[in-house]
Design a protein around this ligand. Structure first.
Ligand SMILES: OC[C@H]1O[C@](O)(CO)[C@@H](O)[C@@H]1O
Length: 522
């Protein structure tokens, strides 16, 4: 089957179609359970920074860093924590997660997401126990396999009108996980004997157990059941999920899309086809830009950053608790706002605020530490200002790029490319999370306060990118999403379909649409 007819199915007929259905307890419960995956992810993001700032952890495992840190007044402040092995402790998890996210989609197609979540939880649990006992993160890394399936799962389960809210729950659970980790670190930082970090790392067992317990009650999505040939079960499931008996319209659309996806075969080669160029670019650019906000500099290294700026140990851990709380709070704006205001306004406002406050942060740090990074005692006023700037930055991220970085990709991919495109999104997110985690301390050491200017420039770039290239997806059913590209000033040259009297360009198809012929004429 040619690419064009697939686009037609993906685009659906009848614009403005309204599938019957309510938000049933199944949908709510499933969304909540699936979001438990986010808790694990968040906990592991938030826990490592605090742990690496603890003397009890640094002394036995990173004695060189520990010594440099103790030499408070002679060292260049920007370079106090510059150790590639130390950053590897945080980052390696995401390197492995990059590979895991590719395996995850294959397993998920074969066994369904429910099974994968149960096993994921179990692996996380083993990893957490292993960590607490031995400080070895390889087991924890394995558990990442299922992370990529969680946002996808949420998006398929919820009726399209409140899809934003449900999907944003995933990000909310990530922020809750980070906040929980910040709190735990603050508490364990007081434990005498220097072994508090073991409780911090072992704490990952709690969300892992929650996830296993919840996945027990989960069921697979209608789409996933259909993909595995279980038609009757899929329909019954859809009825249960939507809470109404008449789901024929939606079920037929899902079936058509599923049929089409089977007949077009490999989602990876589909993704590279010209007609999916917009989705392909977005699958990469959204997570890439999300990570280049610099958010994980704060999430991973807030305590280290605050210590770099001369805060004491528990003040550093306490400041991380504050940024963690702001992160959770501001995500609620997104929970309620994405389906009301739409995605684009949140992207613009969030990007703008991040740009301004990264700039102010750079100026503040530069004015205090200069280029040489000489140690000074920050005045209380400046310290408060720095923490406030970081909070404003985190808040802006939390209602924009944080949740939308998962939501938008999960709603713009038609079924025939979805698993591959979602892989690219999660893989890209993980690889850049890895890179930022790995090189941040090195970059801080060599770029000094200009590092924050570097991130500010990216915030400008990403805002322009969204303005020019990302259409609004609010209130558009997933099955009808192709239309937004067809109507877009730039992307329309890639996405054309035969139903519109235009021609798609599949392999061997030499026909072009009128616009392209005109362009060639000039
Ligand atoms: O809340 C902040 C967190 O959100 C993410 O961007 C995921 O969406 C993480 O990379 C980051 O640590």
């Amino acid at each position: 089957m040619g690419g064009g007819s697939v686009a037609a199915v993906g685009g659906g007929g009848g614009d403005g179609k309204d599938y019957p259905g309510k938000v049933t307890k199944y949908v709510t419960f499933t969304a909540l359970s699936a979001a438990a995956g986010g808790l694990i992810f968040g906990y592991d993001i938030g826990i490592s920074g605090g742990v690496t700032s603890m003397a009890g952890f640094l002394k036995p495992f990173f004695p060189a860093v520990y010594r440099k840190e103790e030499l408070h007044h002679s060292a260049n402040q920007y370079c106090k924590f510059d150790s590639q092995i130390l950053t590897l402790f945080t980052s390696s998890l995401y390197l492995a997660a990059t590979f895991a996210s590719f395996v995850g989609s294959k397993l998920s197609n074969k066994y369904g997401r429910k099974v994968l979540m149960t096993w994921g939880g179990l692996i996380f649990l083993v990893g957490a126990i292993f960590n607490a006992a031995a400080v070895h993160i390889s087991m924890l890394i394995l558990g990442r396999i299922l992370l990529g399936t969680v946002p996808l799962y949420l998006s398929e389960m919820s009726p399209h009108k409140s899809r934003g809210k449900f999907n944003v729950l995933f990000q909310l659970s990530i922020t809750l996980g980070i906040f929980a980790a910040n709190l735990v670190n603050y508490g364990t930082g007081f434990i005498h004997g220097g072994w508090g970090w073991r409780i911090s790392l072992g704490g990952a067992a709690v969300p892992a157990i929650m996830m296993m317990a919840l996945s027990w009650f989960l069921f697979d999505t209608p789409t996933s059941l259909l993909e595995r040939g279980k038609k009757d079960e899929a329909k019954a499931q859809l009825q249960r999920v939507r809470g109404v008996a008449n789901v024929d319209l939606e079920f037929n659309d899902i079936m058509n899309a599923s049929e089409a996806s089977k007949s077009v075969g490999n989602p990876w080669s589909n993704l590279l086809k010209r007609q999916y160029r917009p989705q392909f670019i977005m699958s990469f650019m959204i997570p890439f830009l999300q990570q280049f906000t610099g958010i994980n500099v704060v999430m991973f290294y807030a305590p280290v950053l605050f210590k770099t700026l001369g805060f004491g140990s528990s003040a550093s851990l306490a400041s991380a608790v504050i940024t963690g709380l702001v992160n959770v709070g501001a995500t609620f704006i997104s929970v309620f706002g994405t389906d009301i205001w739409g995605r684009r306004p949140l992207f613009f406002v969030g990007g703008g605020i991040m740009f301004v406050f990264q700039g102010v942060l750079a100026a503040l740090i530069g004015s205090q530490f200069g280029y040489s990074g000489q140690a000074i005692d920050l005045s209380k006023g400046i310290a408060v200002l720095i923490v406030m700037c970081i909070c404003a930055f985190v808040a802006a991220f939390a209602f924009s790029w944080g949740p939308l970085g998962w939501l938008v990709p999960s709603e713009i991919f038609p079924l025939e490319i979805r698993s591959a495109a979602q892989c690219v999104t999660v893989g890209t997110n993980m690889i850049f999370t890895f890179l930022i985690a790995q090189v941040f301390l090195k970059m801080l050491c060599s770029m000094k306060f200009y590092l924050f200017v570097f991130f500010a420039v990216f915030e400008l770039v990403m805002t322009v990118f969204v303005f020019a290239l990302l259409p609004e997806t609010k209130n558009i059913p997933i099955e009808e999403m192709t239309k937004i590209w067809r109507d877009h000033w730039y992307w329309k040259r890639f996405v054309v379909d035969k139903d519109d009297g235009k021609y798609s360009r599949g392999e061997g198809d030499l026909e072009m649409n009128l616009g392209e012929l005109k362009a060639l004429d000039h």
